[in-house]
Ligand binder design. Structure first.
Ligand code: BES
Ligand code: ZN
Length: 852
């Protein structure tokens, strides 16, 4: 629980710890309420440190005994740890014994229990809830672990050692920080596998699950093998232990965790089967398995010096997992998906009260900085760096990074220096991407000199002030662009224009006709592009651009523009947009996934953000009405084509969650949903009844529910899946996401009374209250019932699980976009949360920042 005054930690205050650790040995005597943890740690003074205070972090621990070199000592103990005054100035052995209670640990940090199984989550600062230790990432050590417990399976990091009735020993030869420690004990079954590294080493692979889940592991196992191979082929990185274990856990705050040799996964991010997982689930599972596996090099072998450097491992690893997905599936589709996600999650963060640099400079609770900015913008920064230096130089720099920093706890300065040294480039200005927050706006003005055949693009960049940063300096912005001639042929293929000044121009000469520029191809920088472009031009690019991303973007902008005119000017749906859409969607030379993406429209939340960026006040009611009206208009315009789109895109043969099959199902399901808009739900009803996979089953259910025709199917779905907790999460979420605006809060409230609602399970809590926050018109209904309900539940959850509560506070981050009435209602709820006695440090920090 929070002390009176929350403490702020600053990057500039970094100092190394006073001691180094040669080895750690831990013994766990497992018990639900009285687990004993014995530690034996060899410390020696750190020659690089000036401060030799011997402070060990420790929270919620019952200290049984403490010894230095075998003699009992009496530390000064506080809520945050212990201090030994006059610790030895020569190497010494620290021994302690503590008692902890995993079964009452609802925060899911440290050692806790989930369905009778012991598991750990130590990143970022959870190890201090297990034993007294310098719990900071720059303190690295080898760990030997002995687990004593009656469970069948006893796991920890590294390679297995001795084991027998009631015990198992593990030893991790690689130095690691405490946040990568893991322990699992339970009656589990495994799905085994193996991998031979390119140097010929055999690695044992396992996915450990609760009995009954064994049939949902095959896909994850394949994804793991694909990831191991890919990291060898693309980055030249091999796995470095004899064994790699993955464990699925039901109660988990995050998606998954990269503990050395023992990855722990939220069961929703690893268990997969045709009957219970959607295509999107399969793709996500493949990406998360890759992400955590890739951390073995980018995160574990090279870790972070301190938590301010989080993007060093997360931004880079997100970038790597995106490269992997692009290679495994479709590069343009992955890029489009990522840009949609960036605009949905990172842009609002960067343009609101929670805006912070990719490398933050201060925090109260580090758990609050596992953000879209650190992750997704962090990955965009790596992508820009790769664009600037080029493919070969990028991989050469990465080789130097691994060579120079293997075994280190590194910083962003180290990372940048590697690129400078290996390419000879000065990256001082580029580094602003790490220190300046806010989304840059890039505007472009065109100048055409017909007589001289000269075409000039005048660029301007600016970034609005963000909390704590009033003045912004120009950044290095790689702008990928090409030119088309009026016939639609590309005359200038993609080149990279490096913008470094606030204003800069680029001139093309010797042109015979005014060209059409295609700017920011592939979304080459995370900026907002403003160009002088009308719908004729957009339709032209939609038809002719050679860059798949910009072609999609042109269609997206047509949709956005049509919606904005409907919302702000009560206009009718734009006929030219509908025509262009029809052409693309019925063009069978384009792949199905891409056509399905084209058929989507910007979300209501995104539209609210766009309207706010225009300096106007978004009205959730009008936005909702326009979104519905545009869907209806699309359905009418495509009416003749829909039946064929539906039937021609039923994948043939056995179900496979690959790019092709997923794309076809996505397109067919969109067609089905549009037919629903025309009052035809027969396809949906038939598909619901016959589906042999969750993608088609739940899409059919969604269409029926959206058209108010799904009551029987909602009940049938529950009856069919009530024993499957992951599918039931979807059942909760779907009803709330699709609830009518005036009913969303009541539907949510009713579902929180359902016997299967369990606030202690983060997946269920997010699936329910998170779905409410995601239902834009429902959450922002003028009654304020949505705001109040979410606040009620956040207050309740905070007492049990601060980390998940604080993350969900972000649902309120855009509150200043809305009208005075809604602002006042949200503010009242935020203040009510803030006034809650004993509010966690996590939630306190988030709400204070959101209130501003
Ligand atoms: N290291 C994180 C997990 C983590 C985050 C633990 C915050 C504790 C606090 C892990 O590598 C991660 O980033 N997981 C993501 C999924 C990934 C695919 C981006 C997650 O859990 O959401
Ligand atoms: Zn990660």
């Amino acid at each position: 629980m929070r002390d009176a005054a929350p403490q702020t930690i600053y990057l500039k205050d970094y100092t190394p710890f006073g001691y180094l650790i040669d080895s750690v040995s831990l013994t766990f005597k497992l018990h639900p309420t009285e687990t004993r943890v014995l530690s034996r740690i060899a410390f020696r003074p750190n020659p690089d440190a000036t401060d030799q205070t011997f402070f060990l972090h420790g929270e919620e621990l019952k200290l049984i005994s403490a010894k230095i070199d075998g003699a009992e000592v009496s530390p000064v103990v506080t809520d945050e740890g212990l201090t030994i005054e006059n610790a030895p100035s020569a190497p010494f052995i620290w021994e302690s014994e503590v008692e902890i209670s995993p079964s009452t640990n609802t925060a899911l940090e440290g050692l806790y229990m989930s369905n009778g199984m012991y598991c750990t989550q130590c990143e970022a600062e959870g190890f201090r809830k297990i034993t007294y230790y310098p719990d900071r990432p720059d303190v690295m050590a080898t760990f030997d672990v002995r687990i004593e417990g009656s469970e069948n399976v006893l796991l920890s990091n590294g390679n297995p050692g001795a084991s027998g009735e009631g015990f198992a020993e593990w030893s991790d030869p690689w130095k690691k920080p405490a946040y990568l420690f893991a322990l699992v004990a339970g009656d589990l079954n495994n799905h085994p596998g193996s991998f031979t590294t390119r140097s010929g080493k055999d690695v044992e692979l396992n996915i450990w699950v609760r009995p009954g889940d064994e049939d949902k592991c095959a896909f994850g196992m394949q994804a793991l093998k694909d990831s191991m191979k890919w990291d060898e082929d693309v980055y030249g990185r091999e796995y470095d232990l004899d064994i790699f274990n993955i464990v699925a856990v039901d109660d988990f705050n995050m998606g998954a965790m990269e503990n050395k040799g023992l990855n722990i996964f939220n069961s929703s991010c690893v268990l997969a089967s045709q009957a219970t997982s959607t295509d999107a689930d399969f793709e996500r599972i493949e990406a998360i398995i890759a992400h955590e596996y890739f951390h073995n090099w980018t995160g574990n072998r090279i870790t972070c010096r301190d938590w301010f450097q989080l993007c060093l491992k997360e931004g880079l690893t997100v970038f790597r997992d995106a490269q992997f997905t692009a290679d495994m599936r479709s590069e343009p589709v992955k890029r489009i998906d990522d840009v949609i996600a960036l605009r949905a999650r990172q842009f609002p963060e960067d343009q609101g009260p929670l805006s912070h640099p990719v490398r933050p400079e201060e925090f109260q609770e580090i758990n609050n900085f596992y953000t879209a900015t650190v992750y997704e913008k962090g990955a965009e920064v790596i992508g820009m760096l790769k664009t600037l230096v080029g493919h070969d130089a990028y991989y050469k720099a990465l080789d130097l990074y691994f060579e120079r920093h293997d075994g280190d706890a590194a910083t962003i300065e180290d990372w940048i220096k590697v690129f400078e040294d290996s390419t000879g480039r000065d990256l001082a200005q580029f580094k602003r991407w790490y220190s300046q927050s806010g989304t840059p706006k890039v505007s472009v003005r065109e100048e055409w000199d017909a007589e001289g055949g000269t075409f000039t693009l005048h660029f301007n960049q600016s970034t609005a002030p963000t909390p704590g940063q009033d003045v912004k300096d120009p950044r290095v912005i790689p702008i990928a662009l090409g030119l088309l001639n009026p016939n639609g042929d590309e005359t200038h293929s993609t080149q990279i224009f490096e913008m470094t000044e606030a204003e800069q121009a680029l001139t093309f000469t010797g042109l015979s006709a005014r060209p059409v520029p295609s700017i920011l191809r592939g979304f080459s920088a995370p900026v907002m592009l403003e160009q002088d472009i009308d719908n004729t031009r957009r339709a032209f690019l939609l038809a002719h651009d050679t860059d798949a991303f910009n072609r999609w973007e042109a269609g997206r902008e047509l949709a956005r523009d049509a919606l904005l005119k409907m919302i702000l000017e009560d206009a009718a749906p734009d006929a030219a947009y509908l025509e262009g859409l029809k052409r693309v969607v019925t063009d069978t030379s384009l792949d199905a996934a891409y056509r399905a993406l084209m058929l989507n429209q910007p979300s209501e939340t995104e539209l609210a953000g766009v309207i706010a960026e225009m300096g106007q006040t978004p009205d959730p009611v009008k936005i909702h009405a326009a979104a519905k009206a545009l869907s209806k208009a699309k359905a009418e315009s495509l009416a003749d084509a829909l039946p064929a789109l539906y039937t021609e895109n039923q994948p043939s043969g056995a179900y496979a969650p690959d790019a092709k099959g997923s794309g076809q199902r996505a397109l067919a399901n969109s067609a089905m949903s549009l037919m629903g808009k025309l009052g035809d739900v027969e396809k949906a009803r038939a598909q619901y009844a016959s589906a042999d996979n969750m993608t088609q089953q739940i899409a059919a259910l969604a269409t029926l529910v959206r058209e108010g025709e799904g009551d029987a199917e909602v009940q049938a779905f529950y009856d069919q899946w009530q024993e499957d907790r992951l599918v039931i999460n979807k059942w909760f979420g779907l009803q709330i996401s699709l609830a009518k605006p005036e009913e969303a809060a009541a539907v949510t409230e009713r579902l929180t009374q359902h016997p299967d609602f369990d606030m202690k399970n983060p997946n269920r809590f997010r699936g329910t209250l998170g779905a409410l926050a995601g239902n834009h018109a429902g959450f922002h209904h003028a009654s304020g019932a949505g705001y109040k309900l979410l606040a009620d539940w956040l207050i309740k959850l905070d007492a049990l699980n601060p980390q998940t509560t604080a993350r969900m506070c972000t649902s309120f981050q855009t509150w200043k976009r809305y009208d005075d009435g809604r602002q006042a209602m949200i503010k009242a709820q935020l203040e009510r949360i803030l006034a809650t006695p004993n509010l966690s440090r996590d939630t306190h920090e988030m709400i204070s920042r959101i209130l501003g």
